[in-house]
Ligand binder design. Structure first.
Ligand SMILES: Cc1cc2nc3c(=O)[nH]c(=O)nc-3n(C[C@H](O)[C@H](O)[C@H](O)COP(=O)(O)OP(=O)(O)OC[C@H]3O[C@@H](n4cnc5c(N)ncnc54)[C@H](O)[C@@H]3O)c2cc1C
Length: 507
């Protein structure tokens, strides 16, 4: 079958990244087709306990900025309102971990994050993978995104003005194709992207088992001379065996195999009586060396893979989608400034590379060797300090993300604070239509005149804010990142340059 009408964009993969990107593109008015290989989104691995995903600050903010936060939150996990980490005073609350080494809430000095304001988006939140996908698919469908399941992209051809995709017996055309088809991305391979990185040291297992002697194993995360196992609740176990990743995908996971590995790692004679669920993974850490080839782009796991150790892959991929959506939309509409689409790779590749290194550093700490145990002792000392806990919190929660957009103001390149405006609305709400914002706290006539020249592409708001953090005006991109800011009298030339850099020539 042949579909003669080209779509603006075809997205391969209805995982969380493909679905969020589809919503972003549709919000900008484009026609979007999502092709998903799996016939049904159902999978036990997307449900608790294995489907549990920790969401970072940029992800929570992104969902808030699109009005999706309530849909994504698990009923018992509604995001807290009010101030984040330092508000509640309970002794030694674990705020996160690095290779299993916990850092405490009470040690974190959030005064070092001068541009964070309290809002519905707290610092971390747990969500269920299946629930995230259902919420995003529902939003995409309601907005008019076409989703075809059971149709995996098999091959593609691209020309100067479009891409032809074959899936099943059908052929589809689009002006652009984005591969959001996961770690083993067909799009990445078919379009010839280079994918480089480091090979695995271990096979990781996530299993749900029954044991004849459940008390044999310890609870929590336990390092042993031969590996590590983590029993989060009785019978739910994650473990890593440093076999060079040899077992992963080489054979089916049987109860006998799980028992043998568990015995080797734990040094016990534990007996597995039933294997209810099992999946394996490795610490292979690879990243595409480009995120765009002609009219084909990559986002999410298709662009980068690493071990699930610090739980950052989903957050990284959703950040790609938020960064790419508005840039690709402007490119297709024809009003994108030069270099806008290339800034997707320029901004997101370094963030991805950092996450890969974060996962590699954890592997180095987990190796069953005296060297790693010695390193672990040092990290334990450092993470227990105020500087250490604050540093780890910044990295784990994603607060440290800053795009290199020039250093004219300490806020440039960072996620914009969730200002509460005079009418009670918050910045997060004002971004829900997907347009950029020019916030002018002092209602300067000169800035208003400047912003009016781009009024079709961004919203100018002259309003004071409840807490303005010393700022007098700022420019916020559609993805919520600050592109320009000033504390005092605005430098009109700098402001005009920043607006045209991100929103193109004046209308
Ligand atoms: C055990 C485990 C725990 C994790 N914990 C966390 C965590 O706490 N926090 C976190 O941020 N991340 C975590 N991750 C990582 C996270 O799940 C992934 O990074 C995330 O799912 C990537 O989303 P994606 O949309 O890019 O890819 P995927 O979720 O893999 O979705 C890709 C989609 O594309 C489809 N597809 C594949 N091939 C094709 C094709 N040829 N054509 C069309 N469709 C295709 C697939 O069926 C799938 O639906 C964890 C991962 C694992 C394995």
């Amino acid at each position: 079958m042949h579909h003669p009408v080209p779509y603006d964009v075809i997205i391969a993969g209805a995982g969380p990244v493909g679905l969020l990107l589809a919503c972003e593109l549709r919000l900008a008015g484009l026609s979007v087709l999502v092709l998903e290989q799996a016939g049904t989104p159902d999978s036990q691995l997307k449900r608790l306990p294995f489907g549990m995903r920790g969401l970072s600050v940029p992800t929570i903010e992104a969902f808030d900025r699109r009005g999706l936060l309530d849909d994504i939150a698990m009923p018992q996990q509604k995001p807290s309102t009010g101030k984040d980490s330092q508000e509640k005073k309970e002794p030694r609350r674990q705020a996160g971990h690095f290779a299993g080494i916990a850092f405490d809430h009470d040690n974190i000095d959030s005064a070092r994050w001068p541009y964070r304001l309290p809002g519905p988006a707290g610092t971390n939140m747990a969500a269920e993978m299946e629930h995230i996908e259902i919420a995003l698919a529902a939003r995409a469908g309601a907005m008019g995104v076409e989703i075809r399941r059971g149709l995996g992209v098999e091959s593609l051809d691209q020309s100067d003005d479009g891409v032809t995709v074959r899936a099943g017996n059908e052929t589809f055309h689009a002006r652009w194709l984005v591969g959001c088809d996961g770690g083993r991305s067909t799009v990445r391979k078919a379009a010839g992207f280079e994918f480089t990185g480091t090979d695995p040291e271990f096979t990781g297992y996530s299993v749900e088992i029954e044991m004849a002697d459940p008390d044999t194993l310890g609870q929590g995360r336990i390092y042993t001379p031969t590996g590590m196992y983590f029993q989060s609740r009785p019978g739910t176990i994650a473990m890593v065996e440093f076999d060079g990743g040899a077992f992963h995908r080489s054979q089916p996971v049987t109860p006998e195999h799980v028992q043998a590995v568990l015995r080797r790692i734990s040094g016990t004679d534990v007996t597995v009586t039933a294997l209810k669920l099992a999946t394996t993974w490795t610490d292979r850490a690879y990243q595409a060396t480009a995120y765009r080839k002609g009219r084909v782009l990559l986002a999410g796991d298709a662009a980068h893979i690493h071990s699930p150790l610090g739980g950052q892959g989903l957050n990284l991929g959703l950040g790609d989608a938020m960064n790419l959506g508005w840039k690709l939309a402007a490119t297709i509409r024809g009003d994108a400034p030069a270099g806008l689409l290339d800034s997707y790779f320029g901004e997101r590749h370094p963030v991805g590379a950092q996450v890969l290194d974060w996962s590699r550093a954890q592997v180095a700490l987990m190796r069953p060797s005296p060297n790693s145990r010695a390193l672990e002792a040092i990290i334990r000392d450092l993470i227990a300090t105020r500087d250490g806990a604050t540093y780890f919190a910044e990295r784990v929660w994603g607060i440290s993300v800053r795009y290199d957009l020039g250093r004219s103001h300490p806020l440039t390149g960072r996620s914009a604070p969730d200002f509460e405006l005079a009418d009670g609305t918050r910045l997060g709400e004002r971004l829900r239509n997907g347009r950029g914002l020019f916030l002018d706290f002092d209602a300067s006539p000169a800035l208003q005149a400047l912003a009016s020249r781009w009024s079709g592409r961004m919203t100018y708001i002259a309003s004071n804010a409840r807490e303005r953090l010393g700022l007098s005006a700022l420019l916020v991109r559609p993805d919520g990142f600050a592109a320009w800011a000033t504390d005092g009298e605005p430098d009109m030339e700098g402001a005009a340059q920043a607006v045209s850099r991100w929103f193109g020539k004046p209308e």
